[in-house]
Design a binder for this molecule. Structure first.
Ligand SMILES: *[C@@H]1O[C@H](CO)[C@@H](O)[C@H](O)[C@H]1NC(C)=O
Ligand SMILES: *[C@@H]1O[C@H](CO)[C@@H](O)[C@H](O)[C@H]1NC(C)=O
Ligand SMILES: *[C@@H]1O[C@H](CO)[C@@H](O)[C@H](O)[C@H]1NC(C)=O
Ligand SMILES: *[C@@H]1O[C@H](CO)[C@@H](O)[C@H](O)[C@H]1NC(C)=O
Length: 391
């Protein structure tokens, strides 16, 4: 550095070092040549280095791994969480790179001490199983508004779908890594397990509800929160149907894990508590049997969870769903309600006489959610929700 800088200095100040005249003159001639040589050498070195770097990055991605190492070795300097916080804080980003196998393993972690050593406010996890868009989202936003801290939202959609919710939305950043799922097939149960597993990563989630894009809540949040969190039982439909669409779908190859008297049927739209959610993600006993021997016309999403949970925890099940659906029109599919269906009469019918048991007592409040609603029903629902749904 010193040497390269010298000629400039000298040019600027010819008087400096006048005593060493002879040396100065020869330096004047030799320096530009030596400088040029140095410069060419430097240039050659730089070009070689650049070429090697580009090659390495393209072919081995070494640059990135080096960067990662540098980054991760710096992290402890910024913040090293070593309190309880690191165990109870929900993941700030729902996007992760875990495979299903890794995710289920991670989600099956549970503490063996039942009492939490901190103030835990139980949350309800609303898990939306959708193809993509959530046309009734504005209604859900209205329903959830003001109840932050008491719920979490998770959305499973087709992997090709890209949501565009604004940051103010309760659905913003709530999509989980998803895969294609088909109705009536094991891939549907895989999607449901994926939703539960992601929701289990938040230790405050206590109740887990599966919903579709056509579901709506039919009471206000406080009422629904209270009803679910105070229930001794989980609201999963499970009944023994002796007919062709019940026991008729049982396959004897499922024995001895499942025999015909244990075979159950129930609506796909379940609600489970944390304990049952964990038993669903950790199941390796029944899963292979259902995957292999319950294929269409055995619709696995109507049998796997109801049967499995009835075998493992029948005393914790209410054996009924909390999602209302209208089969009265007949046919293979339940009724879908559109704009013209949303009338005063409709809400009266919805609130109409219900009979069930809640915590072993007779109750006339049995359903908290309803389906199926078309996108066109949104506007009248928003207009009438305050009057009839209480939010
Ligand atoms: C929720 O609805 C119930 C029953 O309709 C009502 O008593 C309660 O005041 C409502 N709560 C809120 C916060 O609006
Ligand atoms: C099915 O299993 C139950 C419980 O293990 C048992 O009581 C019952 O006898 C079994 N039924 C058949 C048909 O094997
Ligand atoms: C649900 O059904 C099971 C039998 O599968 C029964 O043991 C349990 O008591 C039922 N739950 C309620 C709340 O009645
Ligand atoms: C509960 O309802 C059933 C019929 O649904 C009835 O037989 C029973 O007496 C009722 N119990 C009470 C305590 O009202």
């Amino acid at each position: 550095m010193q040497q390269r800088a010298m000629p400039m200095e000298e040019g600027k100040d010819p008087g400096a070092g006048a005593g060493a005249g002879g040396i100065r003159t020869s330096q004047y001639k030799a320096m530009p040549l030596r400088l040029l040589q140095l410069f060419v050498l430097f240039l050659a070195f730089s070009i070689t280095f650049a070429v090697i770097s580009i090659y390495t990055i393209r072919h081995f991605g070494i640059y990135y791994s080096v960067m990662d190492t540098v980054k991760s070795s710096f992290q402890p300097c910024l913040e090293e969480p070593n309190g309880l916080e690191q165990w109870i804080k929900p993941p700030s980003n729902l996007i992760h790179t875990m495979s299903d196998k890794e995710l289920l393993w991670r989600a099956s972690f549970t503490s063996r001490i039942k009492q939490y050593p901190f103030k835990r406010v139980p949350k309800i996890a609303f898990m939306f199983l959708t193809k993509g868009p959530l046309p009734l989202a504005p209604l859900w936003e209205k329903f959830l508004k003001g109840h932050e801290g008491l719920y979490s939202v998770y959305v499973h959609s087709l992997p090709s779908f890209h949501s565009d919710f604004p940051p103010s939305s309760v659905f913003f950043g709530r999509h989980i890594p998803s895969q294609v799922s088909e109705w009536g097939r094991m891939s549907m149960c895989d999607a449901e397990r994926r939703l539960i597993a992601n929701a289990l990563l938040d230790i405050s989630n206590e109740r887990f509800i599966l919903l579709s894009e056509s579901c709506i809540p039919i009471y206000n949040f406080s009422l629904i929160y209270h009803y679910i969190t105070k229930s001794k039982y989980s609201f999963t439909g499970a009944f023994d149907d002796p007919g062709p669409f019940g026991r008729g779908r049982y396959n004897e190859n499922m024995a001895p894990e499942v025999n015909i008297t244990q075979w159950r049927k129930g609506s796909q739209w379940f609600e489970v508590n944390r304990k049952l959610a964990i038993s669903i993600v950790q199941d390796t006993t029944f899963y292979p049997k259902f995957e292999k021997f319950c294929r269409p016309a055995c619709y696995v999403d109507e049998h796997y969870f109801p049967t499995m949970l009835s075998i493992e925890a029948s005393n914790q099940l209410a054996n009924r769903s909390i999602t209302w659906v209208d089969w009265s029109r007949g046919g293979a599919h339940p009724a879908t309600f559109g704009r013209s269906d949303i009338t005063d009469e409709f809400f009266k019918r919805l609130a109409g006489k219900q009979h069930c048991t809640y915590n072993n007592k007779n109750s006339t409040m049995c359903f908290l959610f309803a389906r199926k609603f078309a996108p066109s029903a949104l506007e009248p629902l928003l207009h009438m929700s305050t009057k009839y749904l209480g939010y």
